[in-house]
Structure formats: structure tokens, C-alpha cells
Design a protein. Structure first.
Length: 293
């Protein structure tokens, strides 16, 4: 059995044993926690999933759980429950402590300690993690930029699975504005696209470092990218690129905390409006400055 299947089977067995209880699946990897919904779907056809549930969704979940099941088990999954309001959490305390015998309540959390003690004390905890050996074996099979790609794999388990399957087929990527931006056409980047985008940004970093872009060429690059990005949702693209830029900068040994704070401010405030073109320009400027130091 592969390491990935073993991890998922371990979780499935834990959930089966704890029907009639409330559990919290915690992990440092949000992409790994996404798999919880798939495992729940293998246990029952009767399930609801809520992300950062509101008080109305909590009440909807309770109504669902307290009706009879046609499939043996009814399950509710609350993703990122630590981000829900205190009112929503408090409204669910009684059900969390004593769920119906035919039900399963599953919370997922990357920041378990941010959940109130009243929640933590009412759940059984399952630590969802990838064995270190999985990443060690993976690194040994990656021939192209193993350290860089391993950083991405550890940040995104979907990518880790993809790289695990095709590690020997990954080829170098030369940064080119149109092909780079074409990766961001979808609502979300697929694992293949994340790998391609990361390698392209790493190539751009190298070219900045080698002085291939003087000020004139840099302005031309920015102008070209903004023009070609007009058909895209630029704010979304900026969020996705910011995350990948941080991985490249960490890999390259950049230790300027102000740079990381700037990128983190973009990622944290993703729901706020910002001047997308100005932010995009600043993103490229900061990336270039880090490479030239």
C-alpha cells in the first residue's frame, strides 16, 4: 500500500470506530485536510460539508443530524471551524458533546489551539500528517530542483501526490509572460500548473539575479504582463503568485522579514479590495529587488 493510501485508510478506520462521536482532524497542511471530505464520502452517502460555518449553517447541520439515516450513518463536516464565530460554536456545543448515535461530527483545523477549550474538550483528536519518510523518498526521486519542489510539496499535498507520480518527467521551465499567465486561467491552479508556475518564477528570479533585466526591460515586462492579464481576474492571480513567490524566496535564502510581511499582508487580506495593477507592480519590484541583493 502506498504512503498516501495508508494515511487515508488510517483516517477512515478512525472515523468508522468513532461513529456516534465528535472528532477533530487536525493537520498543518490544509491541502491534506481537503481529503477528509472524500474519506467521509466513502463512509456514507448522507453527509453535509460546511466551511467556516455560520450560526444558520450550524442549525441546519443539527436539523440534518437529528433525522433518521437511510444509509446507516449521517455525517457533518465543519472545515476550518476555528474561523467560525463564537456564537456559531456555542450554538453547537450540546450536539458536539452528545451527537446522535447514528451520526458523525467531523471538524477540521490547521490551528487546533485557536479553538475554544469548550470545543477542544468535546472532540476526539486525529492528527493527520504525512510521514517524513514519504518526503525523503520523494526528494530522492526528483531530478529537477528537488529542494524547491519539495518545499512546494510540503506546502500542498495535492502537488506532493502529483510529483510522486510524475517526478521523473518534470522538465525545466523558461519564464515567458504569455505561457506563465496562461497557467492562471482557471479558478484554481491544478497541481501541474503550480509546479510549472513555481519553476517559471524560479527561472525569473535567476534572470533578475543575473542582471538580464535593466530598468527599461523590467518596465516592458511589467507592461506586457498587465496587458496579457486583462482577461484574467488579476486580484486572484496576485494571491496565487504571492504564495509561490514566498516559496521561491525561502528557497533562495532571502531573509528580509519586511518582504515576507508584505506578501503575507496580501495573502491575509485576500477579501479586501486593493489596486490590482499597483500591487502587481510592487510584487514584481520586490521580487526583482530580492534577486539583485
Amino acid at each position: 500500500m502506498s504512503a498516501v493510501k495508508e494515511i487515508l485508510e488510517r483516517l477512515k478506520s478512525f472515523l468508522q470506530i468513532n461513529v456516534g462521536s465528535s472528532v477533530c482532524v487536525r493537520s498543518r497542511e490544509q491541502s491534506l485536510l481537503k481529503r477528509v471530505r472524500n474519506v467521509v464520502a466513502e463512509l456514507t452517502k448522507e453527509y453535509l460539508i460546511f466551511t467556516e460555518p455560520s450560526i444558520d449553517e450550524v442549525r441546519q447541520a443539527e436539523e440534518f443530524l437529528y433525522t433518521a439515516s437511510n444509509d446507516g450513518v449521517k455525517a457533518v463536516v465543519f472545515e476550518k471551524f476555528e474561523r467560525s464565530s463564537i456564537e456559531a460554536m456555542n450554538a453547537f456545543l450540546k450536539t458536539l458533546e452528545e451527537p446522535p448515535s447514528h451520526s458523525l461530527v467531523v471538524l477540521t483545523s490547521v490551528k487546533f489551539r485557536e479553538l475554544p477549550q469548550t470545543i477542544r474538550s468535546r472532540v476526539k483528536v486525529f492528527d493527520f500528517f504525512v510521514p517524513v519518510s514519504f518526503y525523503e523518498d520523494l526528494k530522492g526521486r526528483i531530478s529537477l530542483e528537488p529542494e524547491l519542489l519539495l518545499r512546494l510539496c510540503k506546502a500542498d499535498f495535492d502537488v506532493a501526490e502529483y510529483v510522486n507520480e510524475v517526478s521523473g518527467e518534470i522538465e525545466a521551465v523558461h519564464f515567458e509572460p504569455s505561457s506563465f499567465l496562461s497557467l492562471f486561467k482557471g479558478e484554481e491552479l491544478r497541481p501541474y500548473e503550480k509546479v510549472q508556475a513555481l519553476l517559471a518564477l524560479n527561472d525569473l528570479f535567476t534572470r533578475f539575479k543575473n542582471g538580464e533585466f535593466n530598468d527599461k526591460r523590467f518596465v516592458e515586462l511589467y507592461t506586457t504582463m498587465v496587458e496579457q492579464a486583462k482577461k484574467l481576474e488579476l486580484n486572484r492571480v496576485i494571491l496565487q503568485i504571492s504564495w509561490l513567490c514566498e516559496i521561491v524566496l525561502e528557497h533562495r535564502g532571502v531573509n528580509d522579514l519586511s518582504v515576507y510581511r508584505w506578501f503575507d499582508s496580501i495573502l491575509r487580506n485576500r477579501l479586501l479590495n486593493f489596486n490590482s495593477q499597483l500591487t502587481f507592480a510592487n510584487l514584481l519590484i520586490k521580487f526583482r529587488r530580492c534577486a539583485r541583493r
